[in-house]
Design a protein around this ligand. Sequence first.
Ligand code: GLU
Length: 322
Amino acid sequence: MRKGWVYFLTALAFLLSLVGVSKATKFITIGTGSVTGVYYPTGGAICRLMNREKKITGVRCTVESTGGSVYNVNAIKKGELDFGIAQSDVVYQAFTGTGRFKGKPIKSLRVVMSIHPELMTLVVRKDSGIKKFLDIKGKTINIGNPGSGQEATSRAIFSYCKGVISLKDIVPEYLKASECPNALRDKKIDGYFYMVGHPTANIKDAANTVSIDLISLAGVPCIEKLVKDKPYYAWGVIPAGMYRGVNHPTKTFGVKATVVTRADMDPNVVYHMVKVILDNFDKFKRMHPAYRHLTKKDLLKGFDKSMLHPGAIKAFKEEGLL
Ligand code: GLU
C-alpha cells in the first residue's frame, strides 16, 4: 500500500513537472525563404543552437520556409511570425516607409542581428545569348516571386534604369527561386535574379543541371547610380569557381541578410538568440559556407543601430561590441 502511494506520488510529480515544462515552454518561429536558399539553413542553424539550451531557456525554435524578405517583414508586423530574415534594403525601406513601403512604415520592426552578405545574382543559361546585363532585353527573366527580396530589388533596378531598360523590355516571370533551376533547364526562362548568399544550393543545382553563367551588374551606369545613391547597397564579388562552369569572378551589388523581429518581442528571447550565436560563433560559422568570412562585428553591420531590439543590445554590450 505504502509502495503504491510512492508510485502514485512519483507519477503525479512527473505529470506536474510536464505541465510545468509545457507551461514554461515558449515557441518561436523564424520565417526564412525558399528551401534551397541560404535563409532556410540560416534559420535552421539559429534554431539548432537555441534548441540545445531549451531545457534551461524554455524556448523552442522552429523554422518556416516562406516567400522571402517582404513576406517576412509583413508577417512580423501582423504577428503571424515572431522572427524573420530579410534583406537590409527591405528592412530599411519597411522601417522608414520608403521604396515599396512608401507611406506604410513598419515602425514596430526591430533588428536582432545581421548575418551573411547577399549579392544580386543574375543566373543565365549559357546558350541564352545573354553576355551582359542589357542583353536581357526581349528575354524571359524571372525577377522573383511576390514577397521575395529579389523581386523588390529587381523592381528597384528597373525603376532606376527606366529609359535604358524597363520591365516592359523583358518578359518577366515570378517563380519561386527553388523552381528556377528546372525552369532554366526546360527553357521556360532564360535567366533569373536571385539576391542570395554564396554558395547556395539553388545555384549549385542550376549549374549541375544545365550550363550556366553569372552576369556582372557592374559598369551599368544606372545600376552604378543606384548603388551610389542608396546607403544599403554595396559592391561585392562572387568568386570564380564557386559554381560548376563559372570560372570568372562576377562583380555585382548586394545587401546583408538581417534577422528581424517586433519591438514587443520578449527581450529575454532576443537576448538568448544573439547570445547563442556569439557564444558558439565558430561552430555557427561552420554551419554554412556562406558564413566563411563572417566576424562578430559583422553582426552589427548593414542597419542603423537605433533599430536594434533591447534584448540584442544587452547581448552585444555584454560581448563588448557596443
Ligand atoms: N534574399 C532572398 C529574399 O529576401 C532570400 C535568399 C535566401 O533564401 O537565402 O527573398
